[in-house]
Design a protein around this ligand. Structure first.
Ligand code: FES
Length: 101
């Protein structure tokens, strides 16, 4: 059904909301977090509904997450990097130094 991309060995660690998650070099953040059982990557700005990756090819934007301090990044199109810090995105993204209100 699905073929792993990159190494099949868990060799690096990423962090989601401070939780250490083992990752495989070369895989997408979305694949790694789904395998780890993460229940949502973001909540919507209007209703607060929880969202998880849907398309895994960059079209639906349900995988938006904060990566190393930058919000609204697509987890399905971004590869894991050792020590990467992710944060669940609640509502709209924030950009340091920019007031989006
Ligand atoms: S899962 Fe659809 S854009 Fe990432």
């Amino acid at each position: 059904m699905f073929e792993p991309v990159g190494s099949a060995e868990v060799t690096i660690t990423i962090y989601l909301d401070g939780r250490a998650i083992p990752a495989r070099a070369g895989e997408s953040i979305a694949a790694c977090l789904l395998r780890a059982g993460v229940t949502h990557f973001r909540t919507t700005p209007v209703s607060g509904a929880r969202r998880l990756p849907y398309c895994m090819i960059g079209h639906c934007f349900d995988c938006l997450i904060e990566i190393d301090g930058i919000g609204s990044r697509q987890a399905c199109l971004s590869q894991v990097e050792n020590g990467m810090k992710l944060r669940t995105q609640d509502g709209s993204a924030t950009i340091p130094g920019v007031d989006l209100q």
